[in-house]
Design a protein around this ligand. Structure first.
Ligand SMILES: Cc1ncc(COP(=O)(O)O)c(C=O)c1O
Length: 445
């Protein structure tokens, strides 16, 4: 710990421009994590912090998993890199099979990328390639949803429905129209899927009427909108989107960057809600956060249409990254997936979901709490703003850290997402620390 403290004091924090952070505020009073193990982090002053959001939803099997570190080390010593263009290495093919086995049976093809943002931009290009191969390049419009988060690359920002993530960047893809988000305010404090709001899917039908369904290429939705504060789809809503897409030949893309790999107690949200899209993006829990990696799964129909309409020996999809299917990431992915299976971690989420949600719902009567939403191992504690939207959330996140708990906030929403290995006592600790921090804030204001 002393070493880390010295290092911090010896060096300035100025050189790094931090992502999605208040740089000046942070650098004046930093919150550094110098160690992590299991469900706990250690800060640079030696304090213990429980990880209430699995990092950024990406470390569900716990920090410091030796099996993953060993697998990465062994892979690096055996084969640290090879070009993924026109050559390959065995671990990426193995991981693609493991991932495909977790998906509905029509999905047998996975394209590897390095993040959720890259997954979204890759999915957009897959959509374009598919329609072009079918002779339907006239499908130039995309539909997304208010309050959506699809990463930060230009494609993802074009689809974004979170105002702050868009307003600085006016030069995005044209022809994107949005549907309303699904938090209607009719159903408050609902665990799981709200009863009301199915009719919001008719926004897609209206876009089809306005623009012509045959001009729409794809609809992008997070099955549960995550970053905006756990907006669980109303009953029947995703089913209705699927129906409308089928009527008009529109591709349905599920952005499962958060919901993929067990967060809802099933491998993917597609199984949880029993609605099968055409493309699924994934990233966060693929490697347990150890090495950056994401993926895009496509149905056989999409893969075969794109590859089958190209000349033999030709590159069929002019897309890929230097680090697509990097050997270290694949080794981490394979070791992670084995942990999920060996330890039955997805089933563990299903078993503990009710305990978790009830623990969160113990905050229901807190004066600062505006709404609670949750499903699986993700929940939003939506807090009343203090006159300036987002200001209270930012303060709460900082105070919570020094009270020994890490939780991701978006605006005034705390997004609680425990690790799948969390015991009941850990869930209690997270909720107790959140309550204490809310109390402090109430008395301070
Ligand atoms: C639904 C969704 N899509 C895409 C992304 C972008 O992922 P990344 O930050 O790995 O680029 C995120 C990140 O939170 C996400 O929640």
């Amino acid at each position: 710990m002393d070493g880390a403290q010295l290092q911090y004091e010896a060096n300035s924090l100025e050189a790094q421009w931090m992502p999605f952070s208040g740089n000046r505020d942070f650098k004046a009073a930093p919150r550094l994590v110098v160690q992590s193990e299991g469900v706990y982090l250690t800060d640079h002053k030696g304090g213990q912090i429980i990880d209430g959001s699995s990092g950024l939803f990406c470390v569900p099997a716990g920090h410091g998993r030796r099996e993953i570190a060993d697998a990465v080390h062994a892979q690096m010593m055996q084969n640290d890199y090879c070009s993924p263009f026109q050559t390959g290495q065995p671990t990426s093919f193995a991981l693609a099979e493991v991932v495909a086995r977790r998906l509905p049976e029509t999905f047998n093809h996975v394209f590897f990328v390095n993040s959720g943002s890259e997954a979204i931009d890759t999915a957009l290009k897959m959509v374009m390639a598919y329609h072009r191969a079918k002779g339907e390049s006239h499908r130039v419009r995309y539909v997304s949803r208010e309050r959506a988060y699809h990463g930060v690359n230009i494609g993802g920002v074009s689809l974004a429905g979170m105002v702050k993530n868009r307003e600085t960047f006016p030069h995005v893809m044209p022809n994107v129209v949005t549907m309303r988000h699904t938090w209607t305010g009719d159903d408050m404090f609902v665990q799981g899927q709200p009863e009301h709001g199915r009719e919001l899917a008719e926004d897609l039908a209206r876009h089809c009427e306005t623009y012509g369904g045959s001009t729409i290429a794809a609809v992008f939705v997070e099955p549960v909108a995550g970053s905006t504060g756990t907006l669980v789809p109303p009953k029947g809503y995703l089913e209705r989107l699927r129906e409308i897409c089928d009527e008009h030949g529109i591709l349905l893309v599920f952005d499962e960057v958060i919901t993929g790999f067990g967060r809802l107690g099933m491998p993917f949200a597609t199984q949880k809600f029993d609605v099968v899209p055409d493309i699924i993006t994934m990233a966060k829990a693929l490697t347990n956060g150890a090495i950056p990696m994401g993926g895009v799964a496509a149905t056989d129909e999409i893969y075969e249409t794109v590859t089958g309409t190209s000349p033999e020996n030709a590159i069929e999809f002019f897309h890929g990254y230097t680090y697509s299917g990097h050997p270290a990431a694949c080794a981490a992915g394979l070791a992670t997936q084995k942990i999920y299976d060996d330890e039955g971690l997805f089933e563990r989420v299903a078993e503990n979901e009710q305990y978790f949600l009830d623990a969160i719902w113990s905050l229901k009567d807190h004066e600062l709490v505006k709404d609670l939403r949750g499903i699986g191992f993700m929940a939003a504690v939506d807090v009343h703003h203090d006159g300036v939207p987002g200001r209270r959330g930012t303060q709460l996140q900082k105070d919570l850290f020094w009270n020994g708990c890490h939780i991701k906030f978006t605006g005034d929403n705390a997004i609680v997402a425990p690790q799948f290995i969390a015991e009941h006592s850990h869930i209690d600790e997270i909720v107790d620390k959140l309550r204490k921090t809310l109390d402090q804030n109430l008395h301070a204001s």
